[in-house]
Design a protein around this ligand. Structure first.
Ligand SMILES: *Cc1c(COP(=O)(O)O)cnc(C)c1O
Length: 455
């Protein structure tokens, strides 16, 4: 079977058959050998979910050094949204590599950076004038979004929501909800970061209006709007567990921000770039963020991130105040242009909707059978199930991280890479590439169903 979304004749990765295949114990002998070398030279702080060492990948399939093939439902945490080694992206990057690898945009610029900024201006919500600064990582985009918001407003405080995840740099550690493992022992942390209550409909039972009133009361009482530079929100929280906020919650927050001169920043690093059946999850809620942060899936697997926003806000930094040595690297930028082209040419927004439909229908069917599936939620190719202790689904909804671990292990042993998430480790998240066919998705979900049956 070939990958139907990747039809170029000279497609890279054509040696990767599009199937799940397990030929050794997991991890296999060659992976175990590599792992022994790794632990001698890489610290345990850099951990790996599944220590099978990858040799090749294409579309939604990972091939390890022992010849095992995994259906990848994680896509490197939402990075290879267009599929591993998508031919047009590889060709664009390779072409750029033959031209030049680096100049530093802030010394001698090049078109690819400008083109990415044009595409982001065109494909982000709102038709106001926009500017984009390109950087290397999601955390760096968050850092820059906050810098720019402070510079523009002249205010000091930064607000985030409970269950948020924003990165691993000093400022972003302070912005995450979960201390362990991201912040434990790494302080002191950046000050003036405030954690406001969020909307988590499965647990708080609040309507969007009620949850927004609670968040806004916190912002007003605990910080005060006059001192608040920005509110940073993930429209659908990623690491927190794919919570879709109650109807009306996010628009009410944006309205309050606009009325109070607070910069509304959407962290779409995980939810963005065609993952949810729209370019940005913000679109599902009718949001027009002042600044929108992108990274992960934007360059098809190469490192690139951006801050895109209203010209008057973005223009507030002094010349030289933004940038960095590798920001907007020409190879990454060329790949990002090819990602935008693939989304348009191959109608990838529709693929997100297709995947949601299949995931929701099969997961809801499992939920009817297994009462430990407390909640099925998400949009597009960003869907999760939250697992609870037996019998608590309609009462206390006690987290069930043990079942999550058992199911992820069962999946891995059978050739399906499935990621976990959630503040309480009780969420299984489905974050596949849009190149995942219904056939392979059904196959992966059959493995999950066996896992439930054997719990
Ligand atoms: C992954 C992620 C980040 C951090 O991105 P890095 O590239 O790992 O620094 C920030 N915000 C969200 C929502 C993310 O999912």
């Amino acid at each position: 079977m070939t990958n139907t979304l990747d039809t170029a004749s000279s497609a890279p990765g054509t040696t990767v058959t599009q199937e799940r295949k397990i030929v050794t114990a997991i991890p296999g002998p060659k992976s175990q050998e590599l792992h022994a070398r790794r632990v001698a030279v890489v610290p345990p702080g850099v951990s790996s979910t599944l220590p099978v060492y990858i040799e090749r990948a294409h579309g939604p399939i990972l091939v390890d050094v022992d010849g095992n093939q995994f259906i990848d439902l994680g896509a490197g945490i939402g990075v290879t949204t267009v599929g591993h080694t998508r031919s047009s992206v590889v060709e664009a990057a390779a072409g750029q590599m033959n031209d030049f690898l680096h100049t530093l945009f802030t010394i001698t610029p090049y078109e690819e950076y400008v083109r990415v900024a044009e595409l982001l201006a065109e494909h982000t919500p709102g038709d106001h004038p926009k500017r984009t600064v390109l950087v290397n990582s999601g955390a760096e985009a968050v850092e820059n979004g906050v810098k720019i918001a402070r510079r523009y407003t002249g205010r000091r405080a930064v607000a985030v929501l409970d269950h948020a995840y924003h990165g691993r740099t000093n400022l972003t550690m302070a912005m995450n909800y979960k201390a362990a493992p991201y912040a434990t022992g790494f302080g002191p942390f950046a000050g003036d970061v405030y954690h406001a209550p969020s909307s988590y409909p499965y647990h708080d039972g609040l309507s969007g209006q009620e949850a927004a009133a609670r968040t806004i009361a916190y912002l007003e009482k605990r910080i005060g709007a006059v001192d608040l530079a920005c509110l940073v929100v993930e429209p659908i929280q990623g690491e927190g567990g794919f919570m879709v906020p109650a109807d009306g919650y996010l628009p009410a927050l944006q309205e309050w921000c606009t009325a109070n001169g607070v910069v509304f920043i959407a962290d779409e690093i995980q939810s963005g770039m065609a993952r949810t059946g729209a370019y940005w999850a913000s679109e599902h809620f009718g949001l027009v963020p002042d600044l929108i942060l992108s990274a992960k899936g934007i360059a098809g697997g190469l490192p690139l991130a951006g801050v895109t926003g209203r010209a008057e806000i973005m223009d507030s930094a002094l010349p030289g105040g933004l940038g960095g040595t590798f920001g907007g690297n020409p190879v990454s930028a060329a790949a990002a242009v090819a990602v935008f082209e693939a989304i348009e040419r191959d109608n990838l927004l529709d693929e997100g909707k297709r995947i949601e439909k299949k995931l929701k229908s099969r997961l809801t069917a499992l939920q009817e059978k297994y009462d430990i599936i407390g909640d099925v939620r998400g949009i597009g190719a960003m869907v999760a199930i939250e697992l609870v202790q037996p019998g608590t689904g309609s009462t206390t909804k006690e987290p069930n991280p043990a079942a999550v671990t058992a199911l992820a292990n069962h999946a891995a042993q059978n050739g399906v890479l499935l990621l976990t998430a959630g503040t309480y480790g009780s969420v299984l998240r489905f974050l596949p590439s849009l190149a995942l066919s219904d056939e392979l998705l059904d196959d992966a979900l059959d493995v999950l169903a066996e896992g439930f049956a054997s719990l």
